[in-house]
Write a protein that binds this ligand. Structure first.
Ligand code: ZN
Length: 160
């Protein structure tokens, strides 16, 4: 019987670029159209557990209740839940540094990710010390002509 030699494990370097498109479905489409056409943020509210889901979902994952026609308008103000200062270039992302924040808007039960803009990022250590959880934030919409029916039709800024 021959003794098998241990397999050398290699790392393969590769690069994938996968442009794609997908149907947003009824719920997300309504959300995006309201952003584009009316600069309004809509969420869905579960009639059973009262959670306000933003971005909106078509059903409550806690109660399994359909949220079709359970729309509520969200006040475009809220608070910072957490954030990340990004310093590495990623295809499709803004030129670094930039800040991705998780925020709750208008009393929503679920934080959503969005770009936090309006900060002087020339000293990111200073920014990291100044940003605090629970800081008040607001949604700032692009001008109507620039809105496309995208989550990027608005960004987040600190309330000063
Ligand atoms: Zn529920």
């Amino acid at each position: 019987m021959t003794q098998e030699k241990e397999v050398e494990l290699l790392t393969v370097q590769d690069k994938w670029e996968i442009p794609y498109a997908y149907s947003a479905g009824e719920t997300v489409s309504k959300f995006l159209v309201e952003l584009r056409d009316n600069a309004r943020i809509l969420a869905t509210k579960c009639p059973k557990c009262q959670q306000i889901l933003l971005p909106p979902r078509s059903f409550c994952a806690t109660c399994f209740v359909s949220l079709k026609d359970q729309w509520v308008e969200i006040e475009p103000v809220g608070e910072l839940v957490t954030y990340s200062i990004c310093t590495e270039a990623i295809p499709g992302a803004p030129k670094p540094p930039y800040v991705v924040a998780f925020v709750t808007l208008g009393g929503s039960s679920t934080p959503m990710a969005q770009f936090l803009e309006g900060l002087d990022l020339s000293d990111i250590d200073k920014v990291a010390k100044e940003l605090k959880v629970c800081m008040p934030v607001k949604a700032v919409f692009k001008d109507k002509a620039e809105r496309k029916g995208s989550i990027l039709d608005f960004h987040i800024e600190l309330v000063k």
